[in-house]
Design a protein around this ligand. Structure first.
Ligand SMILES: NC(=O)c1ccc[n+]([C@@H]2O[C@H](COP(=O)([O-])OP(=O)(O)OC[C@H]3O[C@@H](n4cnc5c(N)ncnc54)[C@H](OP(=O)(O)O)[C@@H]3O)[C@@H](O)[C@H]2O)c1
Length: 318
């Protein structure tokens, strides 16, 4: 089988693992991201079935240009894995509009843009698969993760609508919801949290949350577990609407769905140590230029790979 599939955010972590796994399984993989140098390291693997593509999902012209490369190669895509993602972490009060836009430009608008531009060829073929990488945070929102978790809630909503729109056209849509996965994402989140941990009204809460969060990613499964779920979504005759990886996260989701919200809140506080936080109500406004150094543009900053984000709780999230 050499079905062509496009994977966004393939220069690192989950996207890279998906690219390698799917290529080994016989897919022809178009691996897209902004860091072409990292993608080029993949092109020698798996019998040369991985083609690097420069693409910034937040820049429509860049998406169009990348898809032209695919079309010029005479390829019609069968699958799309919307994986590119960043996480902007921090207390909502301290996040600027620019931070929120950066979060949504990639995780929501970018995903919608790539999907919109790829869809005509899948629909015209009357067959195809779309796999959206959501998150457990798309159902369970941890504190200091409001921007990221809300973007992943959006991915859940748009995926449900899309699945129902496309079913009559033969295109199947799945969401894969990872919990903590051991990728560079975790370190970026830690860096982001650090910028809120020294001063300001949330400092002690953030320090406690950060300490809890620090244990999550290193102990988490490797990204290959997500790649296996993506492979199933792309190949099963009846792919699931939702995949949760690792499976143990199903317990956290069941708790979130079945337990009263006040109880879930208490568990969050207890598990993350937030119930023991010292609050400084006299701290200056974190968004103020005179307050803690968390002004617009500093919150949730991260590297080119994608900023910051956190992970949730009665288990994980991200
Ligand atoms: N790791 C976890 O615990 C976890 C848990 C739940 C969900 N997830 C989700 O899984 C996905 C992948 O995360 P990861 O853990 O693999 O993180 P990662 O190692 O940081 O990889 C993120 C990828 O997204 C790409 N990316 C970011 N912004 C982009 C843009 N504007 N255009 C194109 N590509 C962009 C990055 O490539 P370039 O910088 O080269 O563009 C990189 O390849 C994300 O959607 C994340 O929300 C991760």
């Amino acid at each position: 089988m050499h079905h062509p599939v496009l994977i966004t955010g393939a220069s690192s972590g989950i996207g890279e693992a998906c690219a390698v796994h799917l290529a080994h399984k016989g897919f022809r993989v178009f691996a897209a991201a902004r860091r072409l140098d990292r993608l080029e390291e993949l092109s020698g693997l798996a019998g040369g079935r991985i083609t690097p593509l420069r693409m910034d999902v937040a820049d429509e012209a860049s998406v169009v240009a990348a898809l032209e490369v695919v079309a010029d190669a005479g390829v019609r895509l069968y699958g799309l894995v919307n994986n590119a993602g960043v996480s902007v972490m921090g207390p909502l009060e301290a996040l600027s509009l620019e931070d929120w836009r950066r979060q949504y430009e990639t995780n929501v608008f970018g995903l919608a843009t790539v999907t919109r531009l790829v869809l005509p060829q899948l629909r015209a073929a009357g067959a195809g698969r779309i796999v959206n990488i959501g998150s457990v945070a798309g159902r369970i929102a941890a504190p200091f993760q409001g921007a990221y978790a809300s973007s992943k809630h959006a991915v859940e909503g748009l995926s449900d609508a899309l699945r129902r729109e496309l079913a009559p056209h033969g295109v199947k849509v799945s969401v894969v919801r990872p919990g903590f996965i051991n990728t560079p994402f975790g370190a970026a989140e830690q860096d982001a949290l650090a910028s809120f941990a020294d001063a300001g009204p949330y400092a002690d809460q953030v320090r406690r949350f950060k300490a809890w969060h620090a244990k999550g990613h290193p102990a988490a499964p490797p990204p290959g577990v997500v790649a296996e779920a993506v492979y199933h979504a792309l190949t099963a005759a009846r792919p699931r609407a939702r995949y949760v990886v690792p499976r143990r996260m199903l317990g956290a989701l069941a708790l979130r769905n079945l337990a009263p919200t006040f109880m879930v809140d208490r568990i969050f506080e207890r598990v993350t140590g937030l119930d023991r936080a010292d609050l400084d109500h006299a701290s200056p406004d974190p968004a103020s230029p005179d307050g803690a150094d968390h002004g617009p543009g500093t919150a949730g900053r991260g590297g080119a790979a994608g900023p910051v984000r956190s992970t949730a709780t009665p288990g994980d999230a991200s």
